[in-house]
Design a protein around this ligand. Structure first.
Ligand code: URA
Length: 434
């Protein structure tokens, strides 16, 4: 039988059929080599989005993507751990957790992503620090991981390059929030970058790609299953993403909030999430959870995590004076507030609206490879449950010359709910999957 052509493979998925591993190789490796064009893969991604994939197809797709480039050998690095979030708004957890983990004696040598759809990305955030680069040759990456216990690279041409290309294409073709595509994207990077232990933060809610706890659990189980089959220790925590995490959304603003958290002065929800994820990582290495929690909190109180962050920024070419002089960050000078329409309690701040507002202000991408404005963003002045007066500012926009301001204000107004009674507090940690 003649081999199936690319249109045959697109048609197959369009009609809800199941791909073989070889077919996935033809599509994904062909695309990675530049032999299959964007427009055909865009059509195929939409077919996957609409038709889904079986667990076996998802696992096969992950292995094809992981094998599309080099497989990092972390060899004899001690206690390697990787962390990944499925993506949220105001989710600057990696900036805090990774130096905490290295201060705790674990080795973090990890690949991070850029912003995707309405969610931010660690690399974009770190690039708010002048000079900081996500491009490290492999030897330097490994040497830095050995010396400091923390090295972070961007999606490289060498590690899971298929994901790098597919990720950027999904971002602009409305094919991001799809379980098999998210699971394979995340786990291909985790498998290629070689860490023994992986802690996954699966976000659930309005600002996440998984809107319900049930979908979040299914994604968590799929990723834990893929990782376990590949011989890794994988733990997933499901966490709330109805409301932005912490107070800040937008690149420089989030780094500023991460630095405050590393100084022990961070918002409660963000601090607690970082401690909980650190406990998961230590528990995966056999540590007692109570002792792990005490040690994790100590890294924020005694400055050891901040010290790791400083060393990490400097090692990757960043101007480390920014770590101690927050006033140096480029924060957009324009300000506008969204106020409470009536007195009462903040009942909801829709994380998706906040993420989209940041995009509208220029803090994220609408086209592949677009430059972003690191200085714009949104500050949540009052979190759900807090009392407000009529006309009191609840959200603050940081804009540059009014760019996108009207659209951002409208989004935030739509996403803000003020009620007469205080809402029941939401749990931050919703479930765990081991
Ligand atoms: N994070 C990833 O790395 N990939 C996705 O598809 C979604 C979130």
């Amino acid at each position: 039988m003649a081999p199936l052509t690319i249109p045959d493979l697109i048609r197959k998925k369009r009609d809800g059929e199941v791909h073989t591993r070889q077919e996935l190789e033809t599509l994904v490796l062909g695309y990675t080599r530049g032999e299959v064009p964007d427009y055909q893969i865009s059509a195929w991604l939409m077919a996957v989005y609409l038709r889904g994939m079986t667990p076996q197809e998802t696992a096969d797709l992950t292995l094809v993507m992981a094998g599309s480039g080099d497989l990092m050998n972390l060899g004899d690095l001690p206690h390697t751990v990787d962390k990944h979030s499925t993506g949220g708004v105001g989710d600057k957890t990696s900036l805090i957790l990774t130096p905490m983990l290295s201060a705790l004696g674990l080795t973090v040598a990890k690949m991070s992503g850029r912003g995707l759809a309405h969610t931010g990305g660690t690399i974009d955030k770190l690039e708010s620090i002048p000079g900081w680069t996500s491009e490290l040759p492999e030897e330097r990456f490994l040497a830095q991981a050995r010396e400091i216990g923390l090295a972070l690279v961007g999606q490289s041409k060498d590690l899971a390059p298929a994901d790098g290309k597919l990720y950027a294409l999904r971002d602009v073709t409305a094919t991001v929030d799809c379980l098999p595509l998210i699971a394979s994207s995340i786990m291909s990077k985790k498998l290629a970058s070689g860490a023994h232990t992986v802690v996954l933060d699966v976000k659930v809610g309005a600002g996440a790609f998984m809107r319900t706890l049930e979908d979040g659990r299914a994604l968590a189980r799929a990723m834990v299953d893929i990782g376990t089959r590949a011989g890794r220790q994988v733990r997933a925590v499901l966490t709330d993403m109805d409301t932005p995490l912490g107070h800040m959304a937008g690149n420089s603003l989030e780094v500023l909030e991460a630095l405050a958290t590393l100084r022990g002065e961070g918002p409660h929800d963000l601090t607690e999430l970082c401690v909980a994820l650190a406990v998961e990582a230590l528990a995966a290495h056999g540590e007692d959870e109570t002792a792990a929690e005490t040690r994790a909190r100590a890294t924020l109180a005694d400055g050891s995590a901040l010290q790791k962050f400083r060393a990490f920024v400097a090692a990757q070419g960043g101007d480390a004076s920014y770590v101690d002089e927050p006033g140096k960050f480029d924060v957009a000078p324009g300000r506008a507030d969204v106020t409470a329409p009536q007195a009462g309690f903040v009942a909801g701040i829709d994380a998706l609206s906040v993420g989209r507002a940041v995009l509208a202000l220029g803090g994220g991408r609408e086209r592949k490879g677009e430059a972003i404005d690191h200085g714009v963003g949104v500050e949540v002045l009052k979190k759900p449950g807090e009392a407000v007066q009529a006309g009191e500012a609840v959200l603050r926009l940081y804009h540059r010359d009014g760019r996108g301001l009207n659209a951002a204000q409208e989004l935030l107004q739509e996403g803000l709910r003020v009620a007469a009674a205080a809402p029941a507090p939401d749990a931050l940690i919703l479930d765990r999957v081991n």
